[in-house]
Ligand binder design. Sequence first.
Ligand SMILES: *Cc1c(COP(=O)(O)O)cnc(C)c1O
Length: 430
Amino acid sequence: MADTPHYGFDTLQIHAGARPDPATGARQTPIYQTTAYVFRDAEHAAALFNLQEVGFIYSRLTNPTVSVLQERIATLEGGQGAVCCSSGHAAQIMALFPLMAPGRNVVASTRLYGGTVQQLTNTIRKFGWSARFVDTEDLDAVRAAIDDDTRAIFCESIANPGGYVTDIPALAEIAQAAGIPLIVDNTSASPYLCRPIEMGATLVVHSMTKYLTGNGTVTGGVVVDSGRFDWSASDKFPSLSQPEPAYHGLKFHETFGPLAFTFHGIAIGLRDLGMTLNPQAAHYTLLGIETLSLRMQRHVENAVKVASWLEKDPRIAQVTYAGLPSSPYYQRVQRLYPRGAGALFTFSVKGGYDACVKLVDSLELFSHVANLGDTRSLIIHPASTTHRQLTPEQQERAGAAPDVVRVSIGLEDADDLIADLDQALAKATA
Ligand SMILES: *Cc1c(COP(=O)(O)O)cnc(C)c1O
């Protein structure tokens, strides 16, 4: 299926990577709940371990259910290969791991998921890596932040939560001029709304926990490689261009060409870091992806309806949704994300912190949870939860001021969601 680019998105989200099970004819992809695979003979085993033959050895590295999911997502993103892993955060480490080394840095957008800011600020320092945060609206600042030790630029397509959409082609141009890859976290958009590789991105990462699975059942992540980056053009990426001692001096880029990053991710990344996705989770995500386009269309449709209603309501101070004509990013959405700006946005309530807390407690349909991208509509008040450790200034800068709530608009009837917000706002601002 990966060789059939003439099929449309709706067809590929159901069929890419999958075929009837060769042993049983099972039409749905089976859950291969197995740890290991029997080798044909000793020679076969040796060839697999030497990476001379592709096949299944041990499920920390590869599993048939997970492989179908990898091929499906690679196809939907327009990439050459993909490696699934145990969470979105694992995917971010797996994306950086082959590129980085002690002393190296990544230039990252200031507008990122809070957990990613945390991971890149504090945790990666333990590996000797560091991040330099810049506002990606200021392209000169992005260029200025890149130095000889920079190994990637990292951004989100639709940035959670502030209603910000990134100018991916502009960042891709800067990355290309600097000879480094652009990594795009495409979680909030999904490949239905945004295909970063077509805009020049090198790598795409996802938290599959969100829209790809789509119903709040799985924690998972994936790294997709465009297969387009020339890892051997400079001496910056020795893990991919230089001999690998663990495989008798094999050079990944020379040996595997456009699949170098993917093979490295499996043969070194999953082998040694072990952030593996389990086959049950892969199965749920495969089921979710079958309806991705239908869900995203409804998510966007509902988000536009709810955001438009909120914007007109006198109890609301501001709505930040790039799908509204009032957004400063509306033109960019039309140009780069014509299918819509996603279903995640924030709004501020007149009445501040207390009104927000009361709003969250008064809603009946919206669930108060720290997640997004569910069939169900979700709400969170960052200042009393995810961002409560921050100073008021930090909260303000993160788009999480005390009067701000974030919603992830689900697939319910939009009129029901609006009615629920209406009754809860009445209680919150009474
Ligand atoms: C949730 C999320 C992550 C982290 O993913 P997990 O699956 O929770 O590890 C990363 N980026 C974005 C944009 C997210 O929404």
